[in-house]
Design a protein around this ligand. Structure first.
Ligand code: G6P
Length: 617
């Protein structure tokens, strides 16, 4: 949510900032801007709209310099206008700031600053920070060496909320000062007299894979020669350099019209990566390096709480079914945002599993911290290596699905479900609730998934034709039972978030308690009905829909024609273990949503109002 990039070195900074911002655009795309130090003054160019608009502006009004900061915004305070775009500059023009996060006491601070004579030129919470920094300078504190650091630190002491910031000033040139509290920031370390800062490795990967992830409460000074990290209240600290394990290809579209299609298509491979080295087929078991040393805690576990938001919450629901079915551990799935604020009861021997593609979602992070504080053991299922959630959980399993850029999550979802299946096998075998032969069945089914997903992808043209049929719908209902109820929720979410068609997912039997009233020939109903233990039940639900004139699109098992008489259209998926069927059901529904959105002319990778990584509450 919002992206920051900064550079100090010997190259022209503007193209580097623009390139970095483009790689971050998936995090926010309301407006964008840069501040560049040119001949001793700060030059700002900023513009509402996509990075392209900023590029056009820079062509008309170029700036030159060898260091500066840039930002792409997802509006929180104030609409996405030119004046609210970052960077924000002090009244005398000699300090510029970019900020991710939310200053919660901005209104109070703004009022006080106005009383002291400051005048504001935007509606943002961020601008408060610039005025505060300026005030510290003007009070004389900023006259000593390292003055910018001191001014930033003193300003930050007055704010409540979250921030990742980057600050430059003409009064203390040749450095960028950055600070982090609750909003990710990393330093890109390069060899030749240049250093980067960014909110996300995607912005620096073209130049370096060596990054230093900052912790909450860290402040750092970045110069051409390198960087120093300080705690805001103490002296210097050492932070390790990590190596980013994915490459540039993953943050580029590689010939695909959209990241979303690229990521859907990548799934045979991403699923393979998620399982690589982890399946023990003969033993009917798995080995998860991230859980080594956790056996005692896992044996003791009496209750599991899964925490997540959005698509990650949906995969958690599938995990609940798996964990109760095969590991026999009582499991609840919680919206992280609700869990953290409702004084949850966390009993002894509770295990939490936080699921997050980005590893940065604010609600999931805070819910995990709340559970940890109450004594829970914390595991993470995360895609982004080095992000905040895995750094704070006791243990966890990475997805290794590679960078996911499309705002609508696809490959991360299927990999999350695979990790949950592997965790279930691990727990079930460890606790003796899953026999070797049942374990083997699941592991075999897992191994077949990549090929089966590849089979489904071959039917893209067929799915595109169905998208033509349903593209003008105004509403849609997705139904599933058992393991495929969460797949119905996820299918509906995909459709609504990228095509703006209103869609609801429902447990098929619950339909009779309300949504059935909506069914008429205008209302397509997508029914996920593979041959599984609830097949007969869902067949009755399909008949109920059909009897009311609804158009039914069925996602059914290959070779199963029993439902055909009630279906207007069918998408066939290979047969698999029941617990894994939501993975195979989801892939065609991702393609279905994708093609509908494209046919409706929607911006698939950057749907309106959404952001990839929601780092504010
Ligand atoms: C946003 C994204 C969703 C994602 C959710 C949770 O809403 O648009 O695609 O599922 O956040 O994100 P996380 O990174 O925690 O999985």
């Amino acid at each position: 949510m919002c992206g920051i990039v900064g550079y100090i070195g010997e190259q022209q900074v503007t193209p580097l900032l623009i390139q970095g911002l483009k790689r971050l655009e998936y995090r926010g795309y309301d407006s964008a801007g840069v501040a560049v130090l040119q001949n001793g003054s700060i030059q700002v160019r900023k513009e509402a709209g996509k990075i392209k608009e900023l590029e056009d502006l820079l062509e008309k009004e170029p700036v030159e310099g060898v260091y500066g900061i840039g930002h792409t915004r997802w509006a929180t305070h104030g609409p996405p206008t030119d004046r609210n775009a970052h960077p924000h500059v002090s009244e005398n023009g000699d300090i510029a700031v970019v900020h991710n996060g939310i200053i919660e006491n901005a209104d109070v601070l703004r009022k006080r600053l106005q009383e002291r004579g400051h005048s504001f030129s935007s509606d943002t919470d961020t601008e408060v920070l610039v005025h505060l920094i300026e005030e510290v300078y003007d009070s004389g504190e900023g006259r000593s060496r390292e003055s910018l650091e001191r001014a930033v630190e003193a300003a930050l002491q007055q704010v409540e909320g979250t921030y990742g910031i980057a600050v430059v000033s003409t009064r203390d040139p040749n450095k960028i000062v950055v600070a982090r509290l609750g909003s990710p920031l990393l330093i890109g370390v390069a060899d030749h007299n240049e250093t980067f800062v960014a909110s996300d490795a995607a912005a620096v990967i073209a130049h370096t894979r060596d990054v230093v992830y900052l912790d909450d409460g860290d402040m750092a000074t970045i110069t051409r020669e390198g960087y120093t990290v300080h705690r805001t209240t103490q002296g210097p600290v050492k932070r390790e350099v990590s190596r980013v394990d994915w490459d540039l290809g993953e943050v580029e579209r590689g010939g695909y019209p959209h990241f979303m299609l690229k990521e859907i298509t990548e799934q045979p491979n991403t699923l393979r990566e998620t399982m690589r080295g982890r399946l023990l087929e003969e033993e009917g078991n798995v080995q998860l390096g991230g859980l080594i040393g956790m056996d005692e805690e896992l044996k003791r576990t009496e209750r599991i709480i899964i925490l997540g938001c959005g698509t990650s919450w949906h995969s958690g629901l599938i995990g609940e079914y798996m964990l109760e079915d095969m590991a026999r551990i009582p499991t609840d799935v919680e919206y992280a945002s609700e869990f953290r604020y409702r004084r949850p009861v966390v009993e002894p021997n509770t295990l939490t599993i936080s699921i997050s593609q980005s590893g940065e979602t604010a609600d999931t992070l805070h819910a995990m911290r709340e559970a940890k504080q109450q004594g829970a053991t914390t595991l993470g299922i995360v895609n982004t290596v080095g992000s905040t959630i895995p750094r704070e959980t006791d243990a966890g399993v990475y997805l290794h699905a590679g960078a996911e850029i499309g705002v609508a999550s696809t490959k991360a979802f299927t990999s999350q479900v695979v990790v949950l299946a592997m965790m279930t096998v691990h727990l079930g075998r460890l606790r003796g609730t899953l026999s070797e032969s049942r374990g083997r069945e699941i592991v075999r089914a897992l191994r077949q998934l990549p090929e089966q997903v590849a089979e489904i992808l071959k039917r893209e043209e067929e799915i595109k034709k169905l998208a033509e049929v349903y593209k003008d719908s105004r509403n849609a209902l997705y139904l599933g039972r058992g393991y495929n109820f969460p797949a119905a929720l996820e299918g509906a979410l995909k459709l609504k978030e990228i095509s703006y068609i209103h869609a609801e997912g429902y447990p098929a039997a619950e339909m009779k308690h309300g949504p059935i009233a909506l069914i008429d020939k205008e209302m397509p109903v997508v029914v996920i009905a593979p041959r599984d233990s609830v097949y007969d039940k869902i067949r009755s639900n399909v008949e109920e829909v059909k009897a009311r004139g609804g158009a039914v699109l069925g996602v059914v098992s290959e070779g199963d024609t029993e439902l055909d008489q009630h279906l207007d259209h069918a998408i066939r998926i290979p047969r698999t273990h029941e617990a894994l069927s939501p993975i195979l059901a989801s892939v065609p529904l991702q393609l279905f949503a994708y093609h509908i959105a494209v046919l409706r002319g929607c911006n698939v990778d950057q749907p309106r109002n959404l952001a990839k990584s929601v780092t504010v509450e």
